[in-house]
Structure formats: structure tokens, C-alpha cells
Design a protein around this ligand. Sequence first.
Ligand code: G
Ligand code: G
Ligand code: MN
Ligand code: NA
Length: 252
Amino acid sequence: LRLETDLHGAVDRGEVEVHLQPQVEIATGRVVAVEALARWRHPDLGYVAPDVFVPIAEASGQIQDIGIHVMQEACRVIAGWRAEGLDLEVAVNVAAVQFTDPGFTDVVSCVLAQTGLPGARLTLEVTESQVFSEVAARHGHLERLRAMGIGLSVDDFGTGYSSLAQLHRLPVSEMKVDRAFTAGLHDGAPSPLVAGIVGLGHGLGLRVVAEGVETAAQLRALRAMGCERAQGYLFGRPDTPAALRGQLLAKA
Ligand code: G
Ligand code: G
Ligand code: MN
Ligand code: NA
């Protein structure tokens, strides 16, 4: 209850920050994208993890404001880097309840217009169980977002319900393999399960991103499967935009 109360106005007080985690193109080893991850800096408790505050914000309706703030900040940072010649894509997590707002697509459009970020540089991540809910399909949001060049990613794939018939029907462009599956790639040994998931994604015409990549052996196994992108501690933890920018410039 205290967290829910304290969360009110957290955005306006500047307590909700955006951290970024790199995504690497496996074929080249280059950082091509970042995922934006919300962090709540509570004045007394310090950083509160999104696993804790996102469900609270979803239940209390505060996720709308927080989600838009995170999107705005992420797009602002990436558009700024782009103007300086560091051209990356950015993935932003969206909660299903955000799609209940008939104006959601218009808000996203405004964020792109205000920040100057091209739609093609933005991907919205929706968890598997949420993307299949009728809520996400309502108001034609998914089709309109895709028409703006925005990518739609099925997050945490393999952990929720999946109606493969629906997945085939929805205008998604990317699949994120949940880190529980990546963790099953021991020493690069063959994994029919992960290979099957990656093959399913490709069969549906989707780009496949593996989450939770922690070892070079896992990366080799994913490369052999033709997985396009990898994200995880092997490449970097979520960090402040300034810290990540420093790392990227040092590498360049
Ligand atoms: O950063 P990680 O460490 O703890 O994130 C945990 C989960 O919290 C992520 O998998 C993601 O689904 C969720 N999350 C992080 N940031 C956001 C956000 O801005 N909006 C929503 N809806 N979920 C987020
Ligand atoms: O949206 P999503 O569930 O994908 O958010 C990513 C979450 O996974 C974040 O909480 C992030 O800190 C965490 N994470 C990112 N990379 C790794 C990794 O390589 N290993 C583990 N165990 N967790 C990771
Ligand atoms: Mn995600
Ligand atoms: Na995920």
C-alpha cells in the first residue's frame, strides 16, 4: 500500500528513470539496439525493481503515465544519439492496459514527432500473454503502429499462453526468446527446444532476439540456429544512458 501511495506523482518528481541494455546483432557483434527498462528511485528505499512496481502501477492505473514517460525518455535519448551519429534502435516495454486507451497510437505518434525519432527505430515489446489478449488487438492499435514503421515484439516468448493461430494473425515483427530457454543452452550443446522456438519465429517471418545471454557458448549455439540478435549480461547489464553511451564510444 505504501508503494502504491508513493508511486503517485513519482514521474513528476523525477523518480522514474530509464536504464538501457544493449542488443547485439549476432552476425557482426555490433550493438544495434537497446531495451529501455524502467527504474524507480524511491527517496527512502532506493531503486525499486520493475518486477515490483510495474504490477502495482498496472493495478492502480499508473502504468499509463509511467509507460509514456519511459517511452518519451527512451526516444529522446536515442534521437539525441542519432543526431550525433550513434544510430540505434530502441525497444520499449508496453503493458497491455496501455492499449485500452483508444488514444495510445496517437500518443506514440506524438512522442515520435516531438523527439524526431523515426518510427522504424522504435519497437514496442508486449509480453506473450498480453499480446494475445483481445485488448491488444482492440482499436486497431497494432496495425496502426506497424503502419508507422514501428516494430512489435512478443516478449518473454514461450512463458505465456500461446495460440499459434493468433500469433500468425497478429502483425508482430519480432519474437524475444525468454531467458529461461537461453539458460538451457549449456556449453552450446544442441537444444531441440530453443532450436524449435527460433525456427518457429523464422517460420512466421519474425526477427528472433534471445534474452539472458550470459556465455560465449550460448552465443555460439544461438548463432548456429540463425538467431538474429542477443541481449544479456555477456554484452552488458541495464545501465544509465550516460554509462552505456560511454561504453559504446570507448568501443568505437
Ligand atoms: O529490468 P528488469 O530488470 O528487472 O525488468 C523486469 C521486467 O519489468 C521486464 O522484463 C519488463 O517486462 C518490465 N519492465 C521494465 N520496464 C518496463 C516499462 O517501462 N513498462 C512495462 N510495462 N514493463 C517494464
Ligand atoms: O522485459 P524483460 O523481461 O525482458 O526485461 C529484462 C530483465 O532481465 C531485466 O530484469 C534484466 O535486468 C534481466 N536480465 C537482462 N539480461 C540478463 C541476463 O543475461 N541474465 C539474467 N539472469 N537476467 C538478465
Ligand atoms: Mn522486454
Ligand atoms: Na523479457
